[in-house]
Design a protein around this ligand. Structure first.
Ligand SMILES: [Zn+2]
Length: 190
């Protein structure tokens, strides 16, 4: 093809320096069913970089090729050749990483459901001395989620990420912030 001067498959992104891993075996279809033919390697990288894309095997491709490409794409970050790109938001991570992140939060919430953090006493009044204690990130995350829920705070995706991040700090910090939430959520005293 004219637009592939390096002789690579059409699915190879011009900025992606990697070579093909074999002959074209799949067609990657975008959300509008426009298709591009690619080798397994570039097909997977293209699939990982597009929203709503599908992969179908070429007629003469070995059995299971499309599934292999689909599975490979699961662990590939979008536009993986962009080495310096930020990789913090869901749309910048691989599908497998996004699932792992969601599962991590689910674990924290599960612990909250199991009431495993009762000993994490969040101060309900002004904090005069550093709250003491050493707890796991999951416990601290659960304590934060508990006070937020108690205060009726609706959480967005970014809120939950910050809860996760904040949960990694020491308890004296987490407990104090949690205490602010708890106290802010209380009915004003008369
Ligand atoms: Zn290729």
């Amino acid at each position: 093809m004219e637009d592939n001067p390096r002789g690579r498959c059409p699915a190879a992104h011009p900025e992606d320096p990697t070579p093909c891993d074999g002959p074209p075996v799949v067609t990657v279809l975008d959300a509008k069913n426009a298709g591009v033919v690619g080798c397994a390697h570039h097909g997977a990288r293209m699939l990982a970089s597009m929203h709503g894309a599908r992969v179908v095997p070429l007629p003469d491709a070995p059995q299971g090729t499309a599934i292999d490409v689909f599975k490979a794409a699961d662990g590939i970050r979008p536009f993986p050749w962009l080495a310096g790109a930020p990789r913090t938001r869901d749309e910048q991570l691989s599908r497998a990483e996004v699932r792992a992140r969601a599962a991590g939060l689910a674990e924290v919430v599960a612990e909250l459901d199991q009431d495993q953090a009762p000993e994490l006493a969040v101060p309900a009044g002004p904090v005069e001395t550093s709250p003491r204690g050493v707890h796991s990130d999951a416990e601290q995350g659960a304590a934060l989620l508990a006070v937020l829920a108690e205060a009726g705070v609706e959480l967005g995706e970014h809120d939950r990420r910050i809860v996760e991040w904040l949960a990694g700090w020491e308890w004296s910090t987490v407990a104090t912030v949690a205490s602010w939430v708890r106290r802010a959520g209380q009915e004003p005293g008369r």
